[in-house]
Design a binder for this molecule. Sequence first.
Ligand code: GAR
Length: 214
Amino acid sequence: MEVEPIRIVAFASGNGSNVRAIYDNIQRGSLSADLVGVISNNSGCGALQFARENSIPALHISLRQFSTAAAYEERLLNVLHERAPDLIVLAGYMKMMPESIVRAFKNRMLNIHPALLPSFGGRGLYGHLVHEAVLDYGCKVSGVTVHLVDAEYDTGPPVLQRCVPVLDDDTPETLASRVLQEEHKIYSDAIQLFAEKRVQISGRSVRICAGSKK
Ligand code: GAR
């Protein structure tokens, strides 16, 4: 079945390995999407550099560039309306998305978190700190959550979750790298489900409908 590519805009703050994985899956033909923009609060980040190298519109937009929060939000909204994404994906974006943007893209904005929410999420738990907390707790499994974005940190309903084992001799680095490998698959899988219009959302219930047989 031919699936019409959906337009996605990615927000990222760091290395951008998730943006890269999404782009690679599109190039490979395993993800029906067009990456129509990458936006970052961090002008020197790997995600923006990658976008520029691959002729993807790359924008540095940070609250610090504006004298008011309203002007910042207006700029974000204008850019997003101009790029017209079907779906926004936060891929290692370390800033809170303003509520006006979350509202404008209700049920059309995803985030990826490197643990099984609602454990090890919320304000102050991001990136490396998540893996340190998982190991400090002595967990035997961690994982990845792709969830819809709401106005709080990491509280929107999950779309997909997958487990990743924690090994006895893991360090935050080894665990992060095992989790990241899963992130690079699950985010594209989740986006593909939206492209195939298989995601049914009703309040906190997110159901994945069966796909048509190939
Ligand atoms: C990823 O592990 C992502 O899940 C995490 O930051 C990393 C970014 O890596 N995001 C969060 O912790 C958000 N709460 P990347 O820049 O290589 O994609």
